[in-house]
Design a protein around this ligand. Structure first.
Ligand SMILES: C[S@@+](CC[C@H](N)C(=O)[O-])C[C@H]1O[C@@H](n2cnc3c(N)ncnc32)[C@H](O)[C@@H]1O
Length: 207
């Protein structure tokens, strides 16, 4: 089944608050990308999928000011939070895409990315929802196409069993457990508090 037919996220109901709305109005024109053509005119080197509230995104961007990063998220409140962080830190090398990461990756040329970041993808733990998991063989094939030689997927998960799921979806890849330098997010702090173990995997596609 094609990725676009099953979403890996839920569209949340409810309105964004006034602070988020103001940030979106003022800062989206600075950091936001609304046209695929504009993304393709200057393809990124790093894509972060599902940045949540953008904590890790902004800190990693501050630590690597030369990295060409496209940060992708579906939820406007998270986008507004990242916009505020980028403005506060005066970071100009991050672009944001609002929506599903899959069509963006599909549009990218072969071998253009050094890194794809997927930090704590929604685990969809119930068996009947497992098909919603972003990381599945067709997605692995898409990543393998867009990663440059030497490029890798950095995956972090706190969900028991997700590592095994990832290794299955990434059959043929070289997958190593790693502790890469990655800022801890609120989401991860909650996982620690609840006693879930966090695993970081660095995954190189088959060549
Ligand atoms: C569990 S949260 C983790 C957020 C963040 N990475 C962190 O570590 O705090 C997963 C996020 O991925 C986003 N997401 C899921 N599927 C996505 C997709 N196909 N494209 C873009 N974002 C997606 C969700 O909206 C959600 O915010």
């Amino acid at each position: 089944m094609a990725h676009t037919e099953i979403r890996s996220y839920l569209v949340r109901r409810g309105r964004t608050g006034p602070t988020s709305r103001a940030a979106l109005e003022r800062l989206w024109p600075v950091y936001g990308e609304s046209e695929l053509a504009a993304v393709l005119a200057r393809p990124p080197r790093i894509v972060e999928i599902g940045f949540g509230m953008g904590e890790a995104t902004a800190l990693m961007a501050a630590a690597a000011p030369a990295a060409e990063l496209l940060a992708v998220e579906v939820h406007p409140a998270g986008i507004a939070a990242l916009l505020r962080r980028l403005e506060a830190a005066d970071l100009t090398h991050v672009r944001i895409w609002h929506g599903d990461a899959v069509p963006v990756l599909e549009a990218l040329p072969d071998g253009c990315l050094d890194e794809v970041r997927l930090f704590f993808p929604d685990p969809w733990p119930k068996a009947r929802h497992a098909k919603r998991r972003l990381l599945r063989p067709s997605f692995a094939a898409l990543l393998a196409r867009v990663l440059a030689p030497g490029g890798f997927l950095h995956l972090a998960t706190d969900w028991p069993g997700y590592e095994e799921h990832a290794r299955e979806a990434l059959a043929g890849w070289t997958v190593v457990t790693d502790r890469r330098d990655r800022p801890v997010t609120g989401y991860e702090r909650r996982a620690h508090r609840d006693g879930r173990e966090v695993v970081d995997l660095v995954c190189h596609p088959p060549r």
